[in-house]
Every structure is written in C-alpha cells, then in structure tokens.
Design a binder for this molecule. Sequence first.
Ligand code: NYM
Ligand code: MG
Length: 212
Amino acid sequence: NGHGNGARGALIVLEGLDRSGKSSQCLRLVSYLKGLGFPVESWHFPDRTTSVGNMISSYLSNESNLDDRTIHLLFSANRWEKRSLMEHKLRAGTTLIVDRYSYSGVAFSAAKGLDLEWCKAPELGLLAPDLVVYLDIPPEKAAERGGYGGERYEQLEFQRKVDQHYRTLHDPTWKVVDACLSMEDVEEHLRQLAKDCVSSCQNGKQLSQLWL
Ligand code: NYM
Ligand code: MG
C-alpha cells in the first residue's frame, strides 16, 4: 500500500449546509495532505459521473421530478455503487476526503418530512467515516454568502430544516468547526483534525460500518 507498511488510509467526511465552504476546504485539505506526502484523493457525493449520478443531477437541476423516497434511494445507491472502490482505496493506503456523505442523505430527505429512521436504513453497512467534520454555519449566514446555484434545496427555508436535522444526527464523535471563521482558520482546524485522524488509521484503527 501507500506506505508499504500495511497502513490504511483514512475516510474523512466534511458535512454542512450548502455554502458552508465544504468544497473549497476539501480541496485545500487534499493539497495540504499531498504536500505532506500522503496518498490522498478528493471525493464528492453525489458523484454525478455515474448513470445514477446523472439521474440525481437532472433532478437537482429541476430537469426531472422524482418522488421523495425514490430520489432518497438514488442518493444512497450512488454511495453503494462506490463502496467497493472506496474500501479498496482505503485498504491500499489512500486517504479519502469526502465532500458530503450519508449525513447529507438523511438530513436533506428528512427535511422534506420523511421519517429519520427510514432515511437512515439504506445507509446501514456503508463504510463508517473515521472522522466527520461539520462546518457549522447559521442558515442565514450561508444564504448571505450568495452563490446559491439555483438547484433544488438551495433556499433559506429549506436549509433551516436541513440544519435542524443535521443537529439531530450530530453525535459526540463529530468535530464541529465554526464555518464563520476565516478560510485560513477553518483550514488550520481541518489540518490538525485530519492529521490526527490519518495517524490513528496508520496506527491500526479498524474500518467499520455505518450505523450497525
Ligand atoms: N444531497 C446530497 C442530498 O439531498 N442527498 C445526498 O445524499 C447528498 C450527498 O444534493 N444541496 C443534496 C445536498 C445538495 C445537493 O450537492 C447537491 P452538492 O454538494 O452541492 O453537489
Ligand atoms: Mg450545492
């Protein structure tokens, strides 16, 4: 594997509302870890490049309409179709920095009124992240940042509901970073959290499964 010593890579997930800064921070973190010589890749869900991802993308851009449960299961299927590659990469020593994961899946669908446990069920058995960082921003502040791209869900009222459901999902292992800090300060927090997580995985932390 990447270090020739059996060390696996870390599965690091960034979560947060739209415009919380996840995508920029993921890219910065990937370059930083690369610079330190770690094998690392940047991933993003939804992965719009697959055929399931294409259906999701056309739903998000309002080119198609789907029943709420149907789109929920497509988002989940989009993670399942990447699961074996994900496991392979991690075991081969590559750290994955993932922009959104099952928590987005549950928070966004639950915000439409779907039952939380029903939303979680199809995620059971996906790989559990070694670290979840929540970029915390009040929905009003995120909306002020502008640049909502006009996709489905990118509205203040809806993001307020998503925010509530993210709070329900929070568990004590999540690391919460104040997304209202400067880009540099958020970046610095992420660097420390990621380095600690990568070391714990190198030191034998086992891969586990989500919500089982
Ligand atoms: N989203 C994302 C979901 O509703 N369920 C999911 O499982 C995932 C991964 O898709 N508003 C929503 C959240 C976003 C939208 O994501 C597109 P992005 O990160 O803007 O491409
Ligand atoms: Mg978006």
